[in-house]
Design a protein around this ligand. Structure first.
Ligand code: 13P
Ligand code: MG
Ligand code: MG
Length: 390
């Protein structure tokens, strides 16, 4: 077959009683559209799921990355689900559809996109094709920076890196998400550039992994949706809630090597109003965001792909089951600890992140009222950094 493409496109287009989960009718509608697209041959296979309030459409096809038909199809699925959300009065109907109608592909229009194209011959070195799909809610696109770095560049997590298939390491394509002029990317090689990679990826709010490539086989291993909704909208419209596709096994790390870093439940930016620093809790697919706070969550499921590009008839849910209960408990404890200091310091995101939300108006209004000790005001109000786009 020609090259196979996996496209994962997700959007939050409304949810029940807050930012919790999409309704059943919305999910039914997207599932119906995907089944129809499969029947008419637009896609080979499709799979619809939700993580918190985000609906993700996973598709296999032969049209390549950034294909307009595929992207427009996903956009129309989200439009139909938005109509349902509106008619039932759901919260945030159409939240992530930030432009009226994208003319081409939906990158930069609101929905998150992760795509991966590869030769699908099922010959060596990929005698079997398996991949995982990751979807996170209530967090920024840098949420995968640490776990993917550890999975693809640190033999303490991925002992497979010491094997001949992987010992040359992986190339990280890292995107500067602050650059709104276009996709501005640097390529750095692990292991020799490991410290440089870490120096960028430590900043989850500015730099994100865009993709990862095998240096031995020049094969794309991972694709991440690294874009900032606030850079598109110019204001806070909801958190970015990143998705990713990661090919695994053989010439790539194994699922267990890739998911073990998530046992940290590391702190990420997100949570309620996208304003806090809270732990990322691994959860089964199709989990609603409920409970105290608005804990960032991540789901990860695995599929196999047959010779014709069809997904396995069921998936492996990597964050389901009792082995993750302890991690979930620890995430909850970490969350309670962090929230016990409320708004203070490290518990909330820095002002540069919050400036896109109403915090800017509150702080800006107060800054205008400052005066020097002798009472004069001229020059006393330090400029509150302007949002990058308004
Ligand atoms: P979402 O980005 O998932 O819609 O959440 C937004 C929010 O502000 C939750 O408090
Ligand atoms: Mg929402
Ligand atoms: Mg969401």
């Amino acid at each position: 077959m020609p090259k196979l493409t996996l496209s994962l496109i997700k959007a939050d287009v409304g949810s029940i009683g807050g930012h919790t989960k999409p309704s059943k009718r919305m999910m039914d509608s997207v599932n119906h559209e995907v089944a129809e697209a499969q029947k008419r041959g637009l896609i080979i296979d499709g799979f619809v799921s939700h993580t918190g309030d985000d609906i993700a459409i996973l598709m296999s096809h032969t049209k390549g990355e950034g294909n307009v038909q595929i992207h427009q199809f996903a956009w129309n699925c989200f439009l139909k689900a938005t109509e349902i959300a509106k008619s039932y009065g759901l919260y945030g109907a159409g939240q992530d559809l930030l432009v009226d109608a994208p003319s081409g592909n939906v990158r930069g229009a609101g929905p998150a996109v992760a795509e991966l194209e590869f030769e699908h011959s099922l010959k060596s070195p990929r005698a079997a094709e398996s991949f995982m799909m990751l979807a996170a809610d209530k967090c920024g696109p840098g949420a995968y920076n640490l776990p993917l770095y550890l999975g693809f560049a640190d033999p303490m997590y991925c002992a497979g890196l010491m094997l001949p298939n992987m010992i040359k390491g992986f190339t990280f394509h890292i995107i500067d998400m602050d650059n709104t002029g276009g996709d501005s990317i640097i390529q750095l090689n692990a292991p020799e550039d490991a410290y440089k990679i870490a120096a960028l990826l430590r900043d989850n709010e500015r730099f994100g992994i865009d993709s990862i490539y095998s240096r031995t086989y020049d094969e794309k291993a991972a694709a991440v949706s690294a874009q900032r909704l606030h850079s598109i909208a110019g204001k806070y419209t909801g958190k970015d809630d990143p998705i990713a596709i990661v090919r695994d096994q053989g010439i790539f790390p194994a699922p267990e090597e890739l998911i073990s870093p998530f046992a940290k439940a590391h702190f990420v930016g997100g949570d309620a109003r996208g304003s806090h620093v809270m732990p990322l809790m691994p959860v089964p697919l199709n989990t609603a965001v409920t409970g105290m706070y608005c804990l960032p969550i991540v789901a990860c499921v695995g599929f196999s792909v047959n010779k014709d590009g069809y997904f396995s008839d069921s998936y492996a849910d990597f964050f389901d089951g009792s082995s993750w209960d302890e991690v979930r408990r620890r995430a909850q404890v970490k969350g309670i600890e962090m929230r016990s200091q409320g708004w203070s310091g490290a518990a909330m995101l820095p002002y540069t992140e919050l400036e896109y939300s109403g915090f800017r108006d509150t702080v800006g209004g107060l800054v205008k009222q400052f005066a020097f000790r002798d009472g004069h005001r001229a020059g006393a109000a330090a400029e509150v950094a302007a949002a990058k786009k308004s």
